[in-house]
Design a protein around this ligand. Structure first.
Ligand SMILES: [Zn+2]
Length: 304
């Protein structure tokens, strides 16, 4: 029903016009890059919550969420260490509802993060890329960096400032599957739109540092992207279709390695963020059998 939906969008756009007048300049963490945020981070976080539940509704109903307890535990263990580093950079993000769900789809090589640290990883990324922990840490570090650097708010701002209706039209495929309106729909769409090149290299830069500080080898950033490049053969993995060409980023990441190695090689235990059980909950969603048996106990603990 394109008509109804585009009408919703127009309303959303009109409703958000007053926000444009309150536009604010912010600085991205670590890089200090100036960002024009027409939507505040708090607004982006509030809009992302229903968007997150909506995005996960279909996989949850189809029993395609967190079905592999070992993979879920692995992903949580790695992101837990990286999130602890993110919180060191921005202490207020300790109040976020950091969470990560694994969507069971062997064909999709992708991962995403919304404002406020709500993330998802597709099982296809693991099945097709076979990343080592160090390589998986680069993917998760990159996504956590997007959240940390307010990229959802930035992308939503750009979508509103340019042409929301046109932006919406560009993602026709997913549009009708989402029962969302207004800012939450913009938040859901934001993760499906390509990031700007600057936001991407910023997420690479912050991500490799977070991962290195969390104890993951920065050299894996290069091998990860080489694997990504190879994985598709002629076809591009989805992660690449929403991300810029790998050659330049491989080179840029390679140049960062000497600066990152001391963080990686620094002695001492790395702190681990403990996910809040309430952040893991998906209100109103049926859980699959595998989730039920896993989630009653410690989510970090793989079930045999
Ligand atoms: Zn990215």
């Amino acid at each position: 029903m394109p008509k109804t939906i585009s009408k919703h969008f127009l309303w959303a756009a009109y409703g958000l016009i007053p926000l444009l007048l309150l536009s604010a300049c912010a600085s991205a963490p670590v890089t200090g890059r100036k960002q024009l945020l027409l939507i505040s981070e708090d607004q982006a976080i509030a809009a992302s919550e229903p968007a997150y539940f909506e995005m996960l509704k279909k996989p949850a109903q189809e029993g395609k969420l967190d079905n592999d307890p070992d993979l879920k535990a692995r992903v949580q263990a790695i992101s837990g260490r990286i999130i602890a580093q993110a919180i060191r950079i921005r202490p207020e993000t300790t109040d976020w509802q950091w969470s990560i769900h694994v969507i069971d789809d062997p064909e999709i090589v992708n991962a995403w993060a919304m404002a406020g640290g709500r993330m998802a990883l597709y099982s296809g990324l693991v099945q097709k890329i076979h990343p080592s922990d160090d390589e998986l840490a680069q993917v998760l570090g990159h996504e956590i960096a997007h959240a940390l650097a307010k990229h959802t708010a930035e992308k939503m701002s750009v979508a509103l400032a340019t042409d929301l209706a046109l932006t919406v039209w560009a993602v026709t495929e997913r549009r009708s599957q989402l029962a969302l309106t207004g800012a939450s729909l913009a938040a859901a769409l934001a993760i499906q739109l390509p990031n700007s090149r600057r936001a991407e290299s910023e997420a690479d830069r912050i991500g490799i540092e977070l991962a290195a500080r969390a104890g993951y080898d920065p050299r894996a950033a290069v091998t990860l992207w080489q694997k990504m490049k190879k994985a598709g053969g002629g076809k591009m993995p989805e992660f690449l279709s929403t991300h810029p060409a790998p050659e330049t980023r491989i080179e840029n990441l390679r140049k960062l390695i000497p600066e990152m190695l001391p963080y990686y090689e620094a002695p001492g235990e790395r702190p681990v963020y403990r996910f809040k059980p309430e952040a893991e909950r998906l209100p109103g969603l049926k859980r699959s059998k595998a989730q039920k048996s896993d989630r009653e106990g410690d989510a970090h603990e793989p079930k045999k």
